[in-house]
Design a protein around this ligand. Structure first.
Ligand SMILES: Cc1cc2nc3c(=O)[nH]c(=O)nc-3n(C[C@H](O)[C@H](O)[C@H](O)COP(=O)(O)OP(=O)(O)OC[C@H]3O[C@@H](n4cnc5c(N)ncnc54)[C@H](O)[C@@H]3O)c2cc1C
Length: 444
């Protein structure tokens, strides 16, 4: 049997390897890093992400959803921390709808372990893809310990080697291959709220905590060990920026003034601030996502987006479930499967990139704004009364399988309707009236 290569065993690569194995293919997975299967906490720190409906679907197909559910914490809404100490709660969806906080390292480890339980999967760690010959479909891997380069021939190469994909780097040299890369002016730094002495959480673990402050924000997601991973999204340069917070006093004073209720929860703030890197955020778009029936770009290798909709990994997992659906439909007709993958997934990748960027403004700026909260209240009411006519954009993106591109279009229509509704006189008083409801419904 001709083998298939998966280049990059991160979240998407390890899931894709699992799906390929389930379909009976002989798969060899090459990963630049060392084997994380024996490490309990990858890198010593627990970094988490939000898993939602699209991601769960792919995990269900792979047969690993139950194991991941066991290591996930549901978050039913946002807890907004105002500067004056007020805390308000906004639910994300209906009833039990939640997004799930899960450790990136543990999720990756479980996916690798599950993939390794198939006899038709082989793993090669410390092997960095350095080149691909697109004519022969041979990939070159360099071992980071010995320096040795091996050449491996494959029927197909799945490029899941992340935002700075080496495989995509080779495709970028092809005629008519589109590529763009845009860095944000904001970066991020991960900090920590440790657990209480008895291992319990210091704040509500079942919510995503946000400290929105206009041009920047702090967020916190719970970990199973009682701690929270806190992320500061912040400008690199400017009067209030990573560059300007250059002494311990300035860091402490800034947190005291800006995040007064978070500071006492963060006893190691100063050490963490210095020790943890300041990382950049980048949006990457490219086209096409396939090269003939030989190479397929998936996950961040195809579409790196900003993290503000909590959808990067979910979109990558949806790549996997959509690949599965196409294989179910077209079988071994790989030319069709790969071409259809680009045709269907590329507009959705572009749409979630746009949505994620827009959500940054919502998260850092609007979630504490009265008018915005009223809008959300009106939308929620319409959704509850007319669930088949109006599904809020956040719910479409997070709790449905509506293609991202469709969600973007519907969301724009909804926004225009809500802009008009918010212009109504006395909207704050009549927001839950029959009149407002009918106006909205009439415009749909
Ligand atoms: C701060 C932050 C918060 C986020 N939060 C969320 C969230 O809440 N929800 C969500 O859905 N998404 C979130 N994301 C996005 C998510 O992290 C990514 O979309 C996801 O990790 C993409 O998975 P991937 O497997 O495509 O790429 P990666 O996770 O980057 O994995 C790529 C793998 O390939 C390996 N590799 C790289 N180059 C090579 C090479 N040349 N040869 C061999 N191997 C190679 C790497 O070592 C790595 O293991 C967040 C991102 C950031 C930065």
């Amino acid at each position: 049997m001709e083998k298939i290569i998966v280049a990059g065993a991160g979240l998407v690569g390890s899931l894709q390897a699992l799906l390929l194995a389930k379909k009976g293919h002989k798969v060899d997975v090459y990963e630049r890093r060392s084997d994380i299967r024996s490490n309990e906490f990858v890198g010593g720190r627990s970094i988490n992400l939000a898993l939602s409906t699209r991601g769960w679907k792919a995990l269900e197909i792979a047969g690993i959803a139950d194991e991941i559910r066991d290591i996930s914490i549901p978050m039913y809404g946002r807890k907004i921390h105002a500067v004056n100490g007020d805390i308000s709660f906004q639910s994300y969806g209906k009833d039990e709808e939640a997004i799930y906080s899960v450790s990136r390292g543990e999720l990756n480890r479980q996916l690798l372990l599950k993939a390794a339980s198939y006899p038709n999967v082989g793993f090669y760690f410390d092997e960095r893809c350095v080149d691909v010959d697109i004519n022969t479909n041979e990939a070159a891997f360099q071992n980071s310990i010995t320096g040795e380069v091996s050449i491996v021939k494959a029927k197909q190469i799945y490029a899941t080697d992340g935002a700075f994909s080496a495989v995509r780097g080779r495709l970028q040299r092809l005629d008519r291959f589109d590529f763009s890369q845009t860095y944000m002016t904001h970066g991020y730094k991960e900090l920590i709220i440790p657990a209480n002495a008895d291992g319990t959480h210091k704040i509500d673990k079942n919510a995503l905590h946000i400290w929105p402050r206009g041009q920047f924000m702090l967020i916190a997601l719970a970990n199973l060990d009682g701690s929270f991973t806190v992320t500061l999204f912040f400008p690199f340069e400017g009067p209030t920026s990573f560059e300007s917070l250059n002494t311990n006093d300035k860091i402490r004073d800034f947190f005291k003034e800006t995040f007064p209720d978070a500071l006492p929860l963060m006893p190691t703030l100063i050490e963490d601030y210095h020790e943890n890197p300041t990382s950049s955020l980048c949006i990457i778009r490219c086209n096409p996502w396939n090269y003939q029936d030989k190479i397929l770009l998936m996950g961040d290798a195809a579409h790196a987006i900003v993290p503000f909709y909590g959808q990067g990994m979910n979109a990558g997992f949806e790549d996997c479930s959509e690949w599965w659906r196409l294989v179910e439909e077209y079988g071994q007709d790989w030319s069709t499967v790969f071409a259809e993958f680009t045709r269907i997934r590329k507009p959705n990748g572009d749409a979630i990139a746009d949505l994620a960027l827009k959500n940054y403004i919502e998260m850092r700026d609007l979630v504490g704004d009265e008018k915005f909260l009223l809008r959300k209240k009106i939308e929620k009411r319409i959704y509850e009364k007319h669930p088949h006519k109006w599904v809020p954009l956040y719910s479409m993106v997070t709790f449905s399988h509506t293609p991202y591109a469709d969600a973007l279009v519907i969301g724009k229509k909804q926004e225009a309707i809500m802009d008009r509704v918010m212009e109504l006189e006395n909207i704050a008083q009549i927001w839950d009236s029959e009149e407002v409801e009918q106006q909205i419904i009439a415009q749909l």
